[in-house]
Design a protein around this ligand. Structure first.
Ligand code: NAD
Length: 528
């Protein structure tokens, strides 16, 4: 079967969803995809061998030069067709996504909308971000040179993506890379291989676009083979795997961009609109069942607002409807996509409860079928508990009362992560506090919205990553700069060339001093 295509029906080889953690050592021949909302088998996807990965990269490498040559507008033409395909086929895309992730319809619906916006954003801004730059020489000594910077793509970009947003975190990185002129090979998560494969197939067969975008399937071994073969790696996933990817890329000196985990804090100041803060905390913590790298995971509330905030947050979370809603938009909280993750969530909540925390709502797995964890609000938590320190990545928030903003900031910054965060409060005060949160993006009086503000970059501090998405850095990273220093006029020899003589070197020194010194004595060759 061709790389990236999908067979439906039960697999003969047990896949990662069938038996806990994927065993990288035992190389699977196929991935069995289960619907986490029902436990039913959805499809079986053959795993691509390292040889197939290398062949796929080599094939796309052949087509890349022409893709680069058609220029920014030429590439936007094809990416615009991809946008139109996503919009025209969004129902089909959402059906596949729900089947492999167990998301509710509303959470899934965000993905094609974001991607269409992203195509337009980079299509219309690429010339500004990566168009050729004319640079004025900084010194009169360079006046005879014309300086230009051109941005040339890394020929083949490899994208390794996680399961929580199967299209946003795969296609969302492929779009700026393709717009930059790179060819792109994606390895989606073994838990959610179907959606991206469907798009890659449509790129080729329905859109008829150039052969510069493909998908390979598999687990860690396939991901490692992709790292070996490409010229740039965009990885999104856990910091544990990110370290392995970076170490492997170091062997071939391949540059990487890593978007890793988070433990995002929310600070609620006493002068906040408490209704807005509580509703935002509920959505920011439970959206996509909390399986969001930028999810609100921990909340610090100034003492005077604490009781009211906790009461309103608990009421909002308790009212959320959980389950599978098909096409219906009838539920708020869906399933846990990875069976490993529900175990981690359960462990964090148990650890907190056994150390004195209280679950005001939720606190346990929901009865089956499907992998569901009840939307949970924990209080009486502290920073010795996993739920306040490690990435939970589930529908759980821990809430702590703090004396003041200083204490809130101390707790917020007491983490090895630094992806994003949020601050709620009266405008000026909240903004002041936001500027002191140690992370790559902070929302003031909102949550998660920075991901849709693609005009500005986002990237993790500390162990949350290396590199940026969005804005100019989100496309520049897929390029290598090529500086052109072009001689406009010159004689047969420059004064710095051979032969070296006392007279010529003296002249060079006098000219250099005249321009480099910042006082008249030194400009004239005297001591200061
Ligand atoms: P993961 O690290 O387990 O897997 C990510 C990808 O890496 C998968 O495609 C997997 O097959 C592949 N992989 C595994 N071992 C590999 C290896 N040795 N070499 C190459 N590839 C390998 O992560 P996950 O469980 O799929 O995703 C959840 C994590 O992703 C969370 O930590 C979450 O915070 C993070 N995440 C980060 C962002 C962000 O933008 N910062 C966004 C979403 C998710």
């Amino acid at each position: 079967m061709e790389s990236g295509t999908v067979e439906t029906g039960a697999a003969e080889v047990a896949g990662p969803n069938g038996g806990g953690a994927p065993a990288a050592a035992a190389i699977a021949e196929a991935i069995e995809v289960l619907n986490p909302a029902t436990g039913e088998t959805v499809a079986s996807v053959p795993v691509d061998s390292p040889a197939t990965v290398a062949e796929t990269v080599a094939r796309l490498r052949e087509s890349q030069a022409e893709w680069e040559a058609i220029g920014i507008e030429g590439r936007y033409h094809w990416l615009g067709k991809l946008r139109d395909w996503l919009l025209d086929n969004s129902e089909r895309v959402l059906d596949t996504m729900q089947a492999e992730t167990g998301k509710v319809r509303a959470d899934a619906a965000n993905e094609p909308a974001y991607l269409a916006d992203l195509v337009n954003f980079y299509g219309t801004h690429a010339a500004k971000f990566i168009g050729e730059e004319a640079v004025r020489p900084h010194s009169p000594l360079m006046a005879a040179k014309k300086l230009r910077v051109q941005y040339r793509p890394h020929p083949v970009v490899g994208i390794i993506s996680p399961w929580n947003f199967p299209l946003v975190l795969a296609l969302g990185d492929a779009i700026p890379a393709l717009q930059a002129g790179a060819a792109v090979v994606v390895k989606p998560s073994e838990f959610t291989p179907l959606g991206l494969a469907e798009v890659a197939k449509a790129w080729k067969e329905e859109i008829g676009a150039p052969d510069v975008f493909a998908c390979v399937q598999g687990l860690g071994e396939t991901g490692g083979a992709l790292v070996d073969a490409v010229d740039f790696v965009q990885f999104t996933g856990s910091d544990r795997t990110g370290r392995k990817v970076m170490a492997r890329a170091a062997e071939t000196l391949t540059p990487v961009s890593l978007e890793l985990g988070g433990k995002d804090p929310m600070i609620v100041l006493a002068d906040a609109d408490i209704d807005r803060a509580a509703n935002a905390a509920a959505w920011g913590g439970m959206f996509n069942s909390g399986q969001v790298c930028m999810s609100v995971e921990r909340i610090y509330v100034e003492e005077p607002a604490y009781e009211e905030f906790v009461a309103k947050l608990t009421a909002e979370v308790r009212g959320l409807r959980q389950g599978a809603d098909g096409k219906g938009f009838g539920k708020e909280v869906g399933a846990m996509t990875s069976p490993n993750q529900i175990g981690i969530v359960e462990d964090h909540v148990q650890d907190a409860l056994s150390s004195g925390a209280t679950a005001l709502t939720g606190g346990k797995r929901a009865p089956g079928p499907g992998d569901y964890f009840e939307p949970t609000v924990l209080v009486d938590v502290d920073h010795s508990m996993k739920v306040m320190r490690d990435e939970t990545f589930g529908p759980v928030v821990g809430v702590m009362k703090v004396r003041d903003a200083e204490e809130a900031l101390r707790f917020a910054n007491d983490t090895r992560y630094g992806l994003s965060g949020s601050v709620f409060g009266a405008k000026e005060r909240a903004e002041k506090v936001a500027r002191r949160v140690e992370c790559g993006a902070v929302n003031v009086n909102d949550v998660l919205v920075n991901y849709f503000a693609m005009d500005v970059p986002m990237g993790g501090w500390k162990e949350s990553g290396i590199g940026y998405r969005h804005g100019a850095p989100g496309i520049k990273k897929y390029c290598r700069t090529e500086s052109l220093v072009i001689t406009r006029f010159g004689g047969k020899r420059e004064p710095t060339w051979y032969p070296y003589t006392r007279g010529r070197r003296g002249l060079v020194s006098r000219i250099a001093n005249a321009f480099n010194a910042r006082d008249w004595r030194r400009r004239l060759g005297m001591r200061g």
